[in-house]
Ligand binder design. Structure first.
Ligand SMILES: *Cc1c(COP(=O)(O)O)cnc(C)c1O
Length: 384
């Protein structure tokens, strides 16, 4: 059978991948080189300088394009470098409508770097997509969506936003870091650009910082490739190798992340000392119907508020956890816990933070693939 129309669980292993041309190595060799021998000026085997292209990075970029159902993948030195490249498609005077409850680093990049260059960002709640149009004018060039949102786990209807973007001829970019293509493929739902912090689930082992973009359209890919090469924030060969390796088990890891996530979300929801749990798999989650229609399952990212807790109480709980590691980041095989107000979202002013529901007592967990009972026991002892 041809490798063309593989199912997702095979694409993670074979998609865009071929044995290496030199010796048939099944995994792409780590081409740890900056340059390539030329037989005559300008005559080479497709690679001239590793900022422009590197075979190990190409292997990763092909794998990324395949799992996201796109045609072109681009790998960057971090998720933020990938976002930076997208915003560089714009010019001074352009405007962006972005989800309000986004990754803190994305907010900081937009507000503190790109606003200085004359680009305006409108941060709005997008659970009700009809509000988006009120922020669109002739200068609007990009809609930036993150779903599920971080850390409130709101779900945004990608198909509905895609229709608005098409109608006004605006690009739609979706940060698919939390969901991964195992759960949703935004390019199939109307997005033009998919972005990843491959540092998280795609890498999956908390051992790299890598970013990615995937698109279908050749012209858009060419523009992004030009920016990637001109600005230079590329992913190195060793990190490319590690993410290719990570992607090969994405589907099995995600399945377990989802199973453990469900068990823990339900445990927390029934805990007498827990006020509220944010997880899109609950039937009473305000966007559950959309989550069900655009996602295959509900993932392992959960936020919760302990009953009657303040800033210090939340910190005490995360400090007490033993199996969960108190750390920034998410999406690795190990379970992590974080306190958004003092960690991931500390760069967002308190007032802005609280507008999107990120109260001082909120705790965010990235449920890993350990035995679910060990994770539940750990939460039990920490919450008390
Ligand atoms: C981590 C993260 C980023 C930033 O990616 P880096 O690889 O840390 O630069 C962007 N978006 C989301 C949703 C993230 O979790």
């Amino acid at each position: 059978m041809s490798k063309k129309n593989l199912k997702f669980n095979s694409k993670t292993i074979h998609g865009g991948q071929e044995p290496d041309k030199a010796y048939g190595s099944v995994m792409p060799p780590i081409y740890q080189t900056s340059t390539y021998a030329q037989s005559s000026p300008g005559e080479h085997k497709g690679y001239a300088y590793s900022r422009s292209a590197n075979p190990t990075r190409s292997a990763l970029e092909n794998a990324l394009a395949s799992i996201e159902n796109g045609n072109y993948g681009l790998a960057f030195g971090s998720g933020l470098a990938a976002i930076d490249a997208v915003i560089k498609l714009l010019s001074p005077g352009d405007e962006v409508v972005a989800t309000d409850d986004i990754y803190g680093g994305s907010y900081r990049l937009f507000k503190q770097i790109f606003e200085k260059f004359g680009i305006t960002f409108h941060f709005i709640g997008m659970e009700d997509t009809t509000t988006i149009e009120t922020y669109i004018n002739k200068n609007t060039k990009l809609i930036w969506v993150e779903t599920p949102t971080n850390p409130m786990m709101n779900i945004i209807d990608i198909v509905a936003v895609g229709k608005i973007a098409k109608k006004h001829n605006i690009l739609l970019a979706v940060d698919n870091t939390f969901a991964t293509p195992y759960l949703q493929t935004p390019l199939d739902l109307g997005a033009d650009i998919v972005m990843h912090s491959a540092t998280k689930y795609l890498g999956g082992h908390s051992d790299v910082v890598v970013g990615a973009l995937v698109v279908k359209d050749k012209e858009l890919a060419d523009k992004l490739y030009f920016i990637q090469n001109a600005s230079g924030a590329i992913c190195g060969p060793m990190d490319s190798f590690l993410v290719v390796r990570g992607i090969k088990t994405l589907h099995v890891r995600m399945q377990r992340h989802c199973e453990n996530g469900k068990a823990i979300a339900e445990y927390l929801a029934n805990h007498p000392k827990v006020e509220k749990v944010f997880w899109p798999g609950f039937k009473n989650h305000p966007n559950h119907t959309i989550a069900k229609s655009q996602m295959k399952d509900f993932g392992g990212m959960i936020s919760f508020i302990p009953k009657g807790a303040n800033y210090d109480d939340a910190i005490k709980i995360v400090e007490k956890l033993e199996v969960f590691t108190l750390a920034e980041s998410l999406g690795g095989v190990e379970s992590l816990a974080g306190h958004p107000a003092s960690m991931t979202h500390a760069s967002i002013p308190k007032e802005e933070r609280e507008k999107s529901g990120i109260v001082d007592a909120l705790i965010r967990i990235s449920v890993g693939i350990e035995d679910e009972n060990d994770l539940i026991d750990d939460l039990k002892q920490a919450i008390g």
